[in-house]
Ligand binder design. Structure first.
Ligand SMILES: NC(=O)c1ccc[n+]([C@@H]2O[C@H](COP(=O)([O-])OP(=O)(O)OC[C@H]3O[C@@H](n4cnc5c(N)ncnc54)[C@H](O)[C@@H]3O)[C@@H](O)[C@H]2O)c1
Length: 399
């Protein structure tokens, strides 16, 4: 390995929801880490010691790692030429037809092609369509560079990733046993346990993990719709399904299954199975249909045309400021068609159209809980106001 490789790590997409916490942790463990991100606003924020989004424990770690000099951030891909390991953790969305989209990773590779050097290890960490690791290795082989590809999927949950990095087993894979050993050494800085797979096994394992969660949410959401359709209290049924019955302990509650990962990874798996993953497609129809089901339920009780609807929570999950692919926005769209007016609120999401919680509580005629933020757990709704709370986030007496 050349002595000119004076950085331990360069993280492509290091300003992102999982790239930034990962960069922080490596830097905090003493590894010189350069964040590379095309988003200049995020890079400026990071350099000035501000987190671009919410993440537990990250603000202090950001300040600490900047002060120690172990963390830097730039938009300049040329910094890749200085790094021994390059981690790529950019977004891998599906396209408007729900097909996997390879252009993000391809563009990132092309943009940096002049800066890769013999002996580097390129660790793909985005959730990718099976075969992308091999494709990436072929890209480097085609360049005539001895850059070695590994695939080490990210499995933490954003918001709590700094805790999970230190507790979850890390899946590692590579095309060469020596590279696998190097990658294991790198992550040993904080990872408690490793699982070794081949790259295609690891790619599938990550997709199946997310698809499994998505299927579980779909199952319970369908149970919820079956019960609610008959006017039954699903909470009572769910409680009795789970109570002191270990085989049902992992049954989740109903709610909006959304966000930037679960749907798109289920669709990536569906595409990989040549669209024979019927369970995945069915799960999508159920989960994506839940907002519409709730609006339909509300329209049976409330004259929505004359009503002002209020939505509590716009983030895709509780305790988050992330609105990416949040079903709260789908609910809003539907209510804009059906109701007189829609007022939305969220304690964390930055969106100019949102209004304070008090105003929603006071002015809305009917309320919908779209995100079960902690702030709503003790909320008292003005008497007589109908509430549609699929999560059962509000105290029981409100419904
Ligand atoms: N968010 C999660 O909880 C989570 C968990 C596990 C895995 N993942 C996977 O991790 C990947 C990243 O997800 P995310 O939520 O962090 O996305 P994100 O959009 O928050 O972050 C991606 C970052 O990459 C940057 N970027 C895009 N193209 C670039 C390029 N060519 N060069 C440099 N920077 C570039 C973007 O500006 C952004 O800051 C996805 O594949 C996702 O499926 C996400």
């Amino acid at each position: 390995m050349s002595s000119e490789l004076d950085l331990d790590l360069a993280v492509i997409g290091g300003g992102g929801h999982v790239g930034l916490p990962l960069s922080l942790l490596f830097a905090d463990c003493g590894r010189s880490t350069a964040i590379i991100d095309t988003d200049a606003r995020k890079v400026d924020l990071i350099r000035s010691g501000q987190m671009p989004f919410m993440e537990d424990d990250a603000p202090e770690m950001l300040k600490r790692t900047l002060a120690s000099g172990k963390l830097t951030a730039t938009t300049d891909v040329a910094v890749i030429a200085r790094a021994r390991f390059i981690i790529c953790i950019i977004g891998t969305p599906v396209d408007e037809h729900l097909n996997p989209n390879f252009t993000g990773i391809r563009n990132a590779l092309e943009a940096a092609r002049a800066h890769f050097r013999d002996g580097q290890i390129f660790i793909l960490r985005s959730t990718v369509f099976p075969g992308v690791s091999e494709h990436t290795q072929r890209f480097f082989d085609g360049l005539g560079k001895r850059v070695h590809v590994a695939f080490c999927p990210e499995r933490v949950a954003q918001g709590v990733s700094l805790r999970e990095f230190r507790t979850l087993p890390q899946i590692i894979s590579a095309f060469d046993p020596e590279i696998l050993a190097e990658v294991r050494r790198l992550f040993s800085a904080f990872v408690p346990e490793f699982l070794e797979l081949t790259p295609i096994e690891a790619e599938l394992c990550k997709l199946m993990t997310n698809a499994w969660r998505y299927l579980q949410f779909a199952a319970v959401n369908q149970f919820y719709m079956i019960a609610r359709d008959r006017g039954l209290d699903f909470d009572r049924i769910l409680h009795s399904c789970r109570h002191n019955y270990p085989r049902m302990a992992s049954m989740p509650g109903p709610g909006f299954a959304a966000g930037p990962c679960l749907v798109k990874d289920t669709m990536q798996l569906a595409a990989f199975s040549q669209d024979r993953f019927v369970l995945g497609h069915t799960a999508m129809l159920i989960n994506e249909g839940l907002p519409s089901f709730i609006v339909d339920q509300a329209s049976r009780q409330v004259n929505l045309r004359e009503a002002r609807a209020g939505i509590l929570g716009m983030a895709f999950k509780a305790g988050s400021d992330d609105r990416r692919d949040s079903l709260a926005y789908k609910l809003k769209k539907l209510l804009m068609l059906h109701a007189k007016e829609v007022l939305c609120t969220d304690p964390y999401v930055q969106d100019e159209s949102l209004v304070p919680l008090e105003r929603v509580l006071e002015q809305a005629d009917v309320l919908f809980v779209a995100t079960p933020h902690q702030q709503y757990r003790k909320l008292r709704v003005p008497p007589g106001k109908p509430v549609f709370d699929v999560w059962s986030a509000l105290p029981k007496g409100n419904q």
